[in-house]
Every structure is written in structure tokens, then in C-alpha cells.
Design a protein around this ligand. Structure first.
Ligand SMILES: Cc1cc2nc3c(=O)[nH]c(=O)nc-3n(C[C@H](O)[C@H](O)[C@H](O)COP(=O)(O)O)c2cc1C
Length: 169
């Protein structure tokens, strides 16, 4: 099953080559994102695609752990649309699920990616909202840096028997 290959291969990539991602690839990532499960099928997500270098650099000024965006070819800011939420607060889990779909789809099509945390860091949320003039009901969840990888990372085996509990604790 191809899905398992992507799951085991995916690593955070923070070094990017000087090579363009196509619009079609971005569309594939967004299609993958919007196939993820959401509580009561609310699909209360929105995606802000950033391809402009200057804007990518602006993010590095407000996010201390996002310096790789200086080399990234694109970023997707995954957001929750709270005006579309049905069950309050579930947008966070929903955005997490669609973020993982983006990372796995990126791996599958040969792109590198890294999830840059925004939510629940109040300052980062505030700064991203200000930078992109997001409406009140649009909550940034994370920033996903994207580009062709310029580093190779080996898959890690993180399976830990002690963390798996069967029937009782
Ligand atoms: C909620 C969350 C926030 C993260 N924030 C950052 C970040 O701000 N900067 C960064 O370089 N990596 C960030 N990461 C990536 C993690 O550091 C990375 O997933 C972890 O070290 C495991 O490595 P791997 O992704 O290569 O398996 C974040 C990951 C998650 C899930």
C-alpha cells in the first residue's frame, strides 16, 4: 500500500533546493488536505498559499523556528474558519488531520515539507493574523513550508511497545 510508504518515509525537511513547485502540485496538496476527516464533516478549513518570497521572509520575522522559509518555494497556512464550525473547538483537530494529509501528499510527490507550529501560541497566532490581515473568523493553525528537498533524512523507527496499551492500562 503506497500510503504506508509515505507514512514511514516522511520526515521534516528544512533545507530546500532552488527549484519551483508547480501550481498543479500545490493543487494536489490542497486536494489531499480537503479529503481529510472533520468532525461532523464540517470541513471548516481554509488555506492561504504563499509563494511570494517577500511574504515568506516576513513570516520568518515573526516565527522564531521558521527560518527555512527563506529557502522554501512555498508555504501553506492552514486555517480554521470558526464561522463554519459546528462543534466548537473541533477545528483544531480537523486542521491537524488535513495538515498531516498535506505532509504525506508532499512526500508522495517528492516534495519536502515541515509543519511550523502556530496554534496554540497566542503571539504567533496574533502575528500571523496581523501579517496577512486575516478576518476575525479565520484562525491560523500552522504554516507548512514546502520545496524540493536539499537534504536526505533516513526514516526513523519510533515504534515503542510500552506506549501501546491493550484492553487495560
Ligand atoms: C505541532 C507541531 C509544531 C511544530 N513546529 C515546528 C517549528 O516551529 N519549526 C520546525 O522546524 N519544526 C516544527 N515541527 C516539526 C517537528 O520538529 C518534527 O515533526 C519532529 O521533530 C519529528 O521529526 P520528523 O517530522 O522529521 O519526523 C513541528 C511539528 C508539529 C507536529
Amino acid at each position: 500500500m503506497e500510503t504506508l510508504k509515505a507514512i514511514f518515509k516522511r520526515r521534516s525537511i528544512r533545507k530546500f533546493a532552488d527549484k519551483k513547485i508547480t501550481d498543479k502540485q500545490i493543487k494536489t496538496l490542497l486536494e489531499a488536505a480537503m479529503m481529510s476527516p472533520t468532525a461532523v464533516n464540517a470541513q471548516e478549513w481554509e488555506f492561504l498559499v504563499i509563494r511570494d518570497k517577500k511574504q515568506l521572509i516576513e513570516i520568518t520575522k515573526i516565527h522564531p523556528h521558521a527560518q527555512m522559509l527563506k529557502q522554501a518555494d512555498a508555504a501553506i497556512i492552514v486555517c480554521g474558519n470558526t464561522s463554519k464550525e459546528i462543534l466548537p473547538g473541533y477545528w483544531i483537530g480537523d486542521c491537524g488531520a488535513c495538515s498531516q494529509n498535506i505532509l504525506l501528499a508532499a512526500t508522495d510527490i517528492g516534495l519536502g515539507s515541515v509543519w511550523l507550529g502556530v496554534q496554540p501560541n497566542k503571539k504567533r497566532v496574533q502575528d500571523i493574523r496581523k501579517l496577512f490581515k486575516l478576518p476575525k473568523h479565520i484562525m491560523p493553525f500552522n504554516v507548512i513550508a514546502l520545496g524540493y528537498p536539499a537534504e536526505k533524512k533516513k526514516p526513523e523507527n519510533r515504534y515503542d511497545d510500552k506506549k501501546a496499551h491493550y484492553e487495560k492500562w
